[in-house]
Design a protein around this ligand. Structure first.
Ligand SMILES: Nc1ncnc2c1ncn2[C@@H]1O[C@H](COP(=O)(O)OP(=O)(O)O)[C@@H](O)[C@H]1O
Ligand SMILES: [Mg+2]
Length: 218
């Protein structure tokens, strides 16, 4: 269970008195409770989570399997609602302003969500368009992204994702999460299944990417 994560209640409550826009993310006593089923007791996956992540920072969330990392990300990206507590993304409340939050958010889910029959390039073009990129800005963003994640050479970009190795799929998922200049990016175990070289390439990309955004990494 993710709990009392990195800040004291008093510190977050102090922060909330100031405009929350200074922080990419503020969580105030965030909780997620899953009710029991078939006679099994319910459980908290996230409890008393207090967190403040400034812009330009990469926040790493560690915890064993079942600690509540994915549950936390699901709430922050609007897939599930918190049981109680509040969270703000660039000052916007996730309980009431998810629509606005979506426009500047990037997500690399724990399990790759890719179309087997689309190439890496086609994925990035698709997601780039969703982020309102067009024309030469779109082409340029896609090329850059393919190069940064080492999916450019050897015709990899134009191979169908269904033919990709696990590591290539993971790198494509990371590329998708960063396209279109999102201000807050969530990466749920992005390095799973990557070999050491790919891992190094991933950390470089994250280091460059975090300059003007916040990255939450598990
Ligand atoms: N939809 C759900 N319904 C009930 N329990 C869930 C659900 N999703 C996750 N859990 C439980 O919540 C706990 C945290 O899971 P999760 O957030 O996936 O952790 P992590 O990503 O850190 O491995 C686990 O015990 C898991 O079984
Ligand atoms: Mg998880």
């Amino acid at each position: 269970m993710l709990s009392s994560f990195c800040l004291k209640r008093e510190k977050v409550e102090q922060l909330l008195l100031e405009p929350t826009i200074n922080h990419a993310i503020v969580c105030d006593d965030l909780k997620k409770f899953y009710p029991g089923r078939d006679g099994n007791p319910g459980k908290f996956a996230v409890k008393e989570l207090f967190l403040a992540v400034p812009r330009g920072e990469c926040f790493g969330m560690l915890g064993p399997n079942g600690a509540g990392k994915t549950s936390f990300i699901s709430m922050m990206i609007g897939l599930t609602k918190p049981t109680s507590g509040a969270a703000y993304v660039q000052g916007l409340d996730i309980r009431s302003h998810m629509d606005a939050i979506y426009t500047s958010m990037g997500v690399c889910p724990q399990h790759d969500l890719l179309w087997e029959s689309l190439t890496g390039r086609e994925h990035l073009l698709f997601y780039g368009r969703l982020k309102n990129l067009k024309g030469s800005a779109l082409t340029q963003a896609v090329e850059e992204s393919l190069k940064n994640l080492n999916l450019f050479h050897g015709g990899v970009a134009d191979k169908k994702a269904g033919k990709y190795s696990g590591g290539m799929k993971r790198r494509l998922s990371v590329a998708i999460s960063l396209i279109g200049d999102p201000k807050v990016v969530y990466m749920d175990e992005p390095s799973t299944g990557l070999d050491p070289a790919s891992r190094k390439c991933l950390w470089n990309v994250i280091r460059l990417a975090k300059r003007d955004r916040a990255i939450i990494l598990t």
